[in-house]
Write a protein that binds this ligand. Structure first.
Ligand code: ADP
Length: 630
């Protein structure tokens, strides 16, 4: 028999477990039962195609036994079992647990409750046990092995005796302390209630020999009988009737199954017959998993065929824009032995996916209508996904998502509004939905163009996320109303008269503007007057072309090589009502040298206001200094 150390990572997790002050030590039982159920699922699945298993659905069970004298709790299953190698690999190293990675990545202190946030599986036994023994025989193997560990000094594996395939896990409970009565886990009532609480929907019976005390006559010793009982109700929650289920039932199922410590914001329970027959129970989580906005995140729903799990994360059931949804789908239309490749083309599956998409959309629309606060909270977390959804689907998701979108708006100072709310408030004769881009609402409010448009009482959407403008460009319009950036050259808020006047003024100063444009060279295509400004001297406008100023900013901020850099066509616009305009005119008449310098400075100012870098900060600083010392 060989003694082995745990791998370093496992050791750290074990240390955390053993010394855990975690209050929910009781979850160890849930973890073991869930492992047992998975192991049975695997063998049951095999039994459907392999007659040598020699077992039917009713033969499978999980058995719990407690021994008050020895202070042990034993969980057994007649599932697939583990080979010597599997014992070594599965229990000797930390398996899939994301806990450590998460902790490292986020540099969290020791006292953060990560055990509660992630399932930690088998290792959780060491929160309550001073020694754990795992006796296992893999299906198809003629040898059994015994794995033993006290959690601290590593583990041993030796050959052992076991008749049938499966696994028996025995925990030798820690000694009771002031704060923690570990012996309570030998109490049958405790076990019964833990199974009910955490494992009621396990599809296989969880059995235990239960002692009943009968008091017959006063003064006489009570009579004690023992009977094997099934502790769980087994019927999966999604198969049950909605009206038998409480909010708590739904929430408990979610938190256990999907390892979330926060209850979901909504659930959708649907039973369908017709083109496709299925039961589905979907959840909208309250928070995003830590890897949600990374490429490591895997979307998908659990897929069952008549109660048997066939895929843990069936991605084809969810469009990307609803990738945050968790849940289960159970359909008798799907074959058990269907391969992943065939499943992708399955017609039934496609119909189910379409239906689910519709239900999710409707549920969210309902929430938006009936519980605005809840929806806004949800949208804070997952709204970005909708914007990406529209953009990445080249608009295919428009219909589904357009009414779920929200943007902050100048209406009521930065509150979230939907596009339909915006449209319902549009001024008479207003053709466009106006928006402005910037890092924050505050930055956007500082844009020179904002002042005037707000004065006119026109609502402006604040686009503060990088993807926002790309999304609107893909959408093109909402309800026939096109989107327009307040930085576009052709923003048109003026009367015909005002336009005429501006045109005339522009014409009169044409030569000066040409001179100024030459002074700043190819940085801006045109220099001209603008009616967009109220008190500010200058601003930049996107002067047509597919790329706006904001998109230039976003695209150029992405890692790339220089040859891919993009440039928006820009116009430098000057406020004819600002004293600077007169100053420029007199310089044009008397001092062209200074006008050249002023043109450069004004252009750089406009860039800075837009939140962009200026090409030559040294030149800019020198020009300002020159002016200061004049
Ligand atoms: P997880 O269940 O998250 O993978 P665990 O630490 O609980 O992590 O278990 C590690 C692995 O050990 C499981 O994935 C499974 O392969 C194996 N295992 C655990 N318990 C059993 C069991 N009762 N029967 C068969 N295999 C098991």
């Amino acid at each position: 028999m060989q003694h082995k150390e745990f791998k370093a990572e496992s050791k750290r997790l074990l240390d955390m477990m053993i010394n855990s002050i975690y209050t929910h030590k009781e979850i160890f039982l849930r973890e073991l039962i869930s492992n047992a159920s998975d192991a049975i699922d695997k063998l049951y699945f095999k039994s459907l195609t392999d007659t040598s298993v020699g077992m039917g659905k009713d033969d499978f069970a999980i058995t719990i036994a407690v021994d008050k004298d020895k202070k042990t709790v034993t969980v057994s299953d007649n599932g697939i079992g583990m080979t010597e190698e599997e014992l070594e690999n599965n229990l000797g190293t930390i398996a899939q647990s994301g806990s450590l990675a998460f902790k490292k990545e986020n540099d969290l202190g020791e006292d953060v409750d990560i055990i509660g946030q992630f399932g930690v599986g088998f290792y959780s036994t060491f929160m309550v046990a001073k020694e754990v023994q795992v006796l296992s025989k893999a299906f198809g193997s003629d040898k059994a092995y015994l794995w033993k560990s006290d959690g601290v000094d590593g583990y041993t594996i030796e050959e052992a005796e076991k008749d049938t395939a499966g696994t028996v896990i025995t925990m030798f409970l820690k000694d009771d302390t002031e704060d923690e009565k570990y012996s309570r886990y030998c109490d049958q009532f405790q076990i019964q209630s833990l199974v009910k609480k955490y494992s009621d929907y396990i599809r296989f019976p969880i059995r235990m020999e239960v002692e009943h005390t009968h008091y017959t006559e006063e003064g006489k010793d009570p009579e004690i009988t023992r009977e094997v009982e099934t502790l769980n109700s087994m019927t999966p929650i999604w198969k049950r009737n909605k009206n038998e289920l409480t909010e708590e039932d739904y929430n408990n199922f979610y938190t256990e199954k999907f390892m979330d410590y926060e209850p979901p914001v909504a659930h959708i329970h649907s039973k369908n017959e017709g083109l496709a027959t299925y039961d589905a129970l979907l959840y909208i989580p309250a928070r995003a998993p830590f890897d949600y906005y990374s490429k490591d995140y895997e979307k998908g729903l659990q897929l069952y065929s008549s109660g048997v799990l066939i895929m843990d994360k069936c991605a084809d059931l969810l469009p990307d824009w609803f990738s945050f949804v968790k849940g289960v789908v159970d359909s008798e239309d799907l074959s058990l032995n269907i391969s992943r490749e065939l499943l992708q083309q399955d017609r039934q599956l496609k119909i189910i996916a379409k239906n689910l998409e519709k239900s999710i959309k409707n549920e969210l629309a309902k929430m938006l209508k009936n519980d605005r606060e809840k929806y806004e909270k949800f949208y804070e977390v997952f709204g970005l996904q909708f914007k990406f959804g529209i953009y990445q689907s080249y608009g295919a998701a428009n219909e589904t998502l357009k009414d779920l979108l929200m943007f902050k708006s100048s209406f009521e100072d930065g509150k979230n509004v939907t596009l339909s709310e915006y449209v319902s408030r549009m001024k008479e004769g207003q053709e466009h939905i106006y928006y402005a881009c910037g890092e924050t609402k505050e930055r956007i409010d500082m844009l020179p163009q904002m002042e005037k448009i707000k004065d006119k009482g026109i609502e402006v959407l604040y686009l503060t996320q990088d993807v926002d403008e790309f999304t609107l460009k893909v959408m093109i319009n909402y309800d026939g109303k096109t989107f327009k950036s307040i930085s576009d050259a052709d923003v048109d808020l003026d009367t015909e008269e005002e336009k005429e006047e501006l045109k005339k003024l522009d014409e009169e100063n044409k030569d000066m503007f040409t001179f100024m444009q030459e002074a700043i060279k190819d940085k801006a295509k045109t220099v001209r007057l603008s009616k967009k400004l109220k008190t500010h001297p200058v601003c930049l406008s996107s002067d047509g072309g597919p790329i706006s100023i904001e998109m230039e900013k976003v695209l150029n901020a992405m890692p790339q090589n220089d040859s891919n850099r993009v440039k928006a066509e820009k116009a430098l616009e000057i406020n004819p009502g600002h004293p600077i305009f007169e100053k420029l005119r007199s310089l044009y008449a008397e001092d062209k040298d200074t006008l050249t310098k002023y043109s450069k400075m004004l252009y750089d100012q406009a860039l800075l206001i837009e939140g962009m870098n200026i090409d030559d900060p040294v030149e800019f600083a020198n020009l300002v200094c020159e002016l200061m010392t004049k």
